[in-house]
Design a protein. Structure first.
Length: 121
C-alpha cells in the first residue's frame, strides 16, 4: 500500500517513489489518473486497474500473484489506499500470515497497520 499525493505531485515521498519503481506491478484505482503521476516521475512499472467494479475478481488474481512471489503496490487516486477506496475487500481476501505488507513512515504507518489487521478505520 503506497500513499500518493493529494494535490501537489512533489509530495510523493522518496520511499514511495522507490517502491513504485521496484515492484512488479502497480494496482491503481484509476490507471488513467495514476498515469500522470507515473509520467511525472518517469516510472515505467506496469499498472492494472483495481476499482469498485472489478476488485473482487482482480483482488483474487493479485493475491495469487503475491503468493507466487510478485511484489505489488496498491495505490489510490490520492492519499492512502483502502481508507475509503477500492481495495478493502482485496486486502481482506488475502490469506493471513502468507502475504507480506510493508508500512511506511508517519501517518501511513498507522493506516497500513490498521489495514493489515483488518480493522475498520
Amino acid at each position: 500500500m503506497v500513499a500518493t499525493p493529494i494535490g501537489n505531485l512533489q509530495d510523493l515521498t522518496p520511499r514511495a517513489l522507490q517502491v513504485l519503481r521496484d515492484v512488479s506491478l502497480i494496482a491503481a484505482e484509476d490507471t488513467r489518473h495514476s498515469a500522470r503521476l507515473m509520467q511525472h516521475f518517469g516510472i515505467a512499472t506496469p499498472m492494472t486497474a483495481c476499482h469498485d467494479h472489478n476488485e473482487r475478481d482482480k483482488g483474487q488474481r493479485l493475491v495469487e500473484r503475491m503468493l507466487a512471489g510478485d511484489d505489488i503496490a496498491l495505490i489510490s487516486d490520492a492519499g492512502t489506499p483502502l481508507i475509503s477506496d477500492p481495495g478493502f475487500s482485496s486486502g481482506a481476501s488475502g490469506p493471513r500470515g502468507r502475504n507480506k505488507g510493508v508500512a511506511g513512515a508517519g501517518r501511513l504507518r498507522f493506516d497500513c497497520c490498521a489495514e493489515r489487521c483488518r480493522y475498520a478505520v
